[in-house]
Design a binder for this molecule. Structure first.
Ligand code: NAD
Length: 419
């Protein structure tokens, strides 16, 4: 899972997935070049005064991949391995994700090279306020709306919203999504990505004739996405046999009580010390005996070394880009079905869109309204991808890409190229 182990960068993977889909679209090479080229990329180096009074320099990024279909949308990641290449890939994935689920956004992403766990809350707040100021030339409710990603959370979004609002002189909730409810956040946003994973995974199980009550699920990553996906699938009757976090994993063939694992993780800070299960490492999680695998941590974990050992029939990609090109080819040859990331984890950006709409209108919806609309969007798009895959005899990811890229191309053609 470390960057050094990977043969291909996240951008290589994103571009290869794009190139594979482009073969099914009748596009000329100029258009292809336009579609893969990021619109703008900002690199910022900035100082933060640490609690001991020393100044530490940090590097951050914000990339806009496409603004063709509307303001850009994309999370902010705090992780020591963040690079421009990774942020660029994640921004491009956001463009296709938003187009696939038909929400009026282009793709963006941001990140800071930092391990947030090594900073005090005070240092993290200073870092966030300074980073928000550095990228404030790009973000706005009309232009670019960040959200949480790995290593960031509603509190970080609140600090960004507050920083931006202080500079404007008035409160601007719609500048970020994934905020706490008390400052304009949406009901259901925290759970949205994991809930969307559950909706698409259950629908795929139905098509694959997997009865949830007899289905064994392994979940890698027990953060915002993984913990909610595990909990929701468990509530639907699935047997969650394995769960992991950055420290390692746990396995119980009889199934884990996910609520109890969550409680343990809150107390202990990790799942690994949960003692009603066997200890496993993260590779063993990916290759354990299960029917459904939900990678919900970082990119590139299912590569050509891991894929031959994967036993799951269904891969529900909670994370962005968890599978390398070779890893996916090996699994497709073995007959596995993918719910590709741009579909499977689109619940987060969908409810972020609901949050932005509510903030702009100053009118808020109930949790039931949010979950109903989310379910409808996830299922409609699942079916669109499933049927495209069947009709064109292509895999689910390529089907999702052809739909998404086709919509962006249509928008480019309708708008025309300026001037
Ligand atoms: P998070 O920080 O809340 O959780 C990440 C989890 O992965 C944690 O349990 C962490 O311990 C684990 N992890 C980190 N490094 C690991 C490693 N090397 N091996 C195994 N586990 C590791 O992050 P999140 O928001 O849940 O995001 C997870 C993935 O989902 C990312 O790929 C992110 O881009 C994607 N995603 C998130 C959202 C969202 O709304 N949060 C939306 C769409 C996609």
């Amino acid at each position: 899972m470390t960057a050094t182990k990977r043969r291909y960068s996240a951008s290589d993977v994103a571009r290869a997935q794009f190139n594979k889909a482009v073969r099914y679209l009748n596009l000329d090479s100029d258009m292809v070049e336009y579609l893969v080229t990021p619109k703008r990329e900002l690199i910022v180096h900035f100082p933060v005064v640490m609690d001991d009074g020393r100044i530490r320099m940090f590097t951050g990024y914000r990339v806009h991949h496409s603004t063709v279909k509307g303001p850009t949308k994309g999370g902010i990641r705090y992780h020591p391995d963040v690079t421009l290449d990774e942020v660029r890939a994640l921004a491009m994935w956001m463009t296709w994700k938003c187009a696939l689920v038909n929400i009026p956004y282009g793709g963006a992403k941001g990140g800071v090279q930092v391990d947030p766990k090594q900073l005090t809350r005070n240092e993290l707040r200073h870092l966030t306020r300074r980073y928000a100021t550095e990228i404030s030339i790009l973000i706005s409710p009309e232009g670019d709306v960040p959200a949480p990603d790995v290593g960031t959370n509603p509190e970080v979004m609140a600090w960004i919203m507050d920083t931006y609002s202080m500079h404007r002189g008035y409160s601007t909730p719609a500048v970020v999504t994934g905020k706490p409810i008390s400052i304009g956040g949406s009901q259901g946003r925290i759970e949205a990505t994991g809930t969307g994973v559950m909706f698409t995974a259950l629908e795929a199980m139905r098509h694959l004739r997997l009865d949830p009550n007899n289905t064994r699920v392994a979940v890698q990553g027990f953060g915002n996405v993984g913990s909610v996906a595990a909990l929701r699938l468990w509530e639907q009757g699935c047997k969650i046999v394995a769960i992991s976090d950055v420290n390692g994993g746990i396995y119980a063939a009889r199934g884990l009580n996910v609520r109890d694992v969550l409680r343990h993780q809150k107390e202990a800070g990790t799942v690994t010390s949960y003692n009603e299960a066997d200890a496993i490492d993260n590779t063993e999680l990916l290759t354990c005996d299960c029917d459904v695998l939900v990678p919900a941590a970082l990119e590139g974990v299912i590569d050509e070394l891991v894929a031959p050992g994967v036993k799951a029939r269904l891969i529900a990609e909670g994370a962005n880009g968890p599978c390398t090109i070779e890893g996916e080819d090996i699994l497709l040859d073995k007959g596995a079905t993918f719910i590709p990331d741009i579909l499977c984890n689109a619940g987060g950006v969908t409810v972020s869109y609901f949050e932005w709409v509510q903030d702009l209108q100053g009118f808020f919806w109930t949790e039931n309204e949010i979950v109903d609309r989310l379910r409808r969007i996830m299922l409609e798009n699942f079916h669109a991808v499933w049927e495209t895959a069947l009709e064109k005899r292509i895999d689910m990811r390529t089907a999702a890409y052809t739909l998404a890229i086709g919509r962006v191309v249509e928008a480019i053609n309708v708008r025309g190229i300026y001037p």
